[in-house]
Design a protein around this ligand. Structure first.
Ligand SMILES: Cc1cc2nc3c(=O)[nH]c(=O)nc-3n(C[C@H](O)[C@H](O)[C@H](O)COP(=O)(O)OP(=O)(O)OC[C@H]3O[C@@H](n4cnc5c(N)ncnc54)[C@H](O)[C@@H]3O)c2cc1C
Length: 419
């Protein structure tokens, strides 16, 4: 069986994996990037709109342009690529290396030994089965990302008129994309009382096209024999669909934009513990999982709203992989905990005295909130935040001088009267 040996194996050639590969190969570590697709870039390739790269490259790019720049940087720094290759198993070895079992149509099954591994497998979309919409089972129900891929990469239109379930960013961007393609979007239906996507996407993708957004509503039934014919939409009263107030919209296509699930089957196989809130691996301050030498970043770690943040986070993990390969270890690490109004904070540990960037998500909507950081119950940082909402990821840098004494670092979001 073919056997490869590398210092770093990066699983996934998306915004995260490419950013890691650039860092580790530029530092002189033999790096292999593996992706099951026959192209690199991951989900970026189907995001043909602009808005990428403002943080990472200080330049506004389309998704494919952004992916192209990341790939060029990784290749120029010396990374090898193994595309059309799926990693089907990942096993820590007694000598500390990791064994990856890979599969490709041209080479069959082969193995890769790596001193360290970057998990960068992204995420997958929740589908109809995950949310259990009642009704018949006709053709014409797609996840929004699949429809995006069909239109933008295969040149195929998914239908003639659509209703979108969920107001996540992918659904909003697809509302605009379908409108541009001559497919009327008759409604976007959101179960929550506020949109799930970024405010700028509500304005640019719905308001500009006069597409109605039904908040606190749900699709209570999909109708159709062979193909979708209509959907029934009901308002929610005390969280329950009120079918007495239901109305019907005719359409032949339903797009689901109802959340993403980090792709961690491989991580679990290798013994990585998963954070129940994010669906991603629990990591230390270096973004190293509980399995020595296995790191994680991008959507596999927690779902990002911006590709730039996925790349930035994965580049940081890449720097730590270099430290790891040079024999350094994080040393003392203390706990990071999640206080009021925050759903999660990542990473889950920090190193006292070291600068660190955290990502977190709010559970509430507030246009004038305060992010509070406390060390052992004593305030060390307070930052005003405008327009916090669950879809908008919060990123904050903590200066190592503030955490020198160590102890529990707790983040909370103060809203309304709490401030
Ligand atoms: C459908 C969709 C649309 C989006 N639109 C936008 C947008 O408009 N603007 C924006 O800023 N952000 C957008 N995002 C978010 C942003 O693009 C992502 O946060 C970012 O690109 C994720 O990068 P990633 O590397 O973590 O994952 P991905 O790009 O998903 O890359 C993961 C890669 O891993 C590969 N892989 C997975 N498992 C294996 C395996 N076992 N073996 C080999 N390869 C494997 C996959 O093939 C894939 O190429 C979107 C996300 C999605 C899902």
């Amino acid at each position: 069986m073919k056997t490869l040996e590398y210092d770093v194996a990066v699983i996934g050639a998306g915004a995260a994996g490419l950013a890691t590969a650039k860092v580790t190969s530029a530092a002189g570590y033999r790096t292999l990037v593996i992706d099951r697709e026959d192209f690199s870039g991951g989900v970026l390739l189907q995001c043909i709109h602009n808005g990428f790269g403002l943080h990472h490259f200080k330049q506004e790019l389309t998704g494919p342009e952004y992916a192209g720049k990341l790939e060029s940087e990784a290749r120029e720094s010396g990374a090898d690529f193994q595309l059309s290759t799926t990693v089907i198993d990942l096993k820590p070895q007694p000598d500390g290396r990791k064994l990856l079992i890979a599969l490709s149509p041209s080479e069959g099954v082969f193995q890769i030994y790596a001193r360290s591994v970057m998990l960068a497998m992204g995420c997958r979309e929740r589908n109809r089965g995950n949310i259990g919409i009642p009704g018949t089972r006709p053709a014409g129900v797609y996840t929004a990302g699949l429809a995006q891929r069909l239109i933008n990469m295969s040149g195929l239109l998914p239908g003639k008129s659509a209703v979108i379930v969920g107001s996540g960013d992918i659904g909003l961007i697809m509302a605009r994309r379908l409108s541009w393609s001559g497919i009327p979007v008759k409604a976007v239906v959101e179960i929550r009382p506020f949109p799930s996507g970024l405010n700028r996407n509500i304005v640019q993708c719905l308001n500009d096209f006069d597409i109605p957004l039904y908040l606190s509503h749900t699709v209570s039934r999909i109708n159709g024999a062979d193909r979708v014919e209509s959907v029934e939409i009901s308002p929610l009263v005390n969280g329950v669909p009120d079918e007495t107030a239901a109305f019907t919209i005719e359409c032949d296509t339903v797009l689901l934009s109802v959340g993403l699930i980090p792709e961690n089957e491989l991580s679990k196989k290798c013994g990585v513990a998963i954070n129940a809130t994010t669906g991603g691996p629990l990591t230390d301050a270096w973004r190293m999982t509980g399995v020595d030498g296995v790191f994680a970043g991008g959507n596999v770690l927690h779902v990002h709203d911006l590709a730039d943040f996925a790349s930035d986070e994965a580049a940081l993990a890449g720097m730590r992989i270099c430290d790891y390969l040079a024999g350094r270890r994080p040393g003392r690490e203390d706990a990071v905990t999640t206080g009021a109004n925050l759903r999660y904070v990542t990473p889950n540990r920090y190193i006292p005295g070291e600068d660190i960037q955290f990502f977190m998500r709010s559970m509430v909507v507030d246009d004038n909130a305060v992010l509070l950081a406390e060390l052992n119950g004593v305030e060390i940082m307070r930052k005003k935040l405008r327009n916090v909402a669950p879809p908008e990821m919060i990123s904050v840098n903590i200066d190592g001088k503030l955490t020198q004494s160590g102890g529990e670092l707790r983040f909370s979001l103060l809203t309304g009267g709490d401030k």
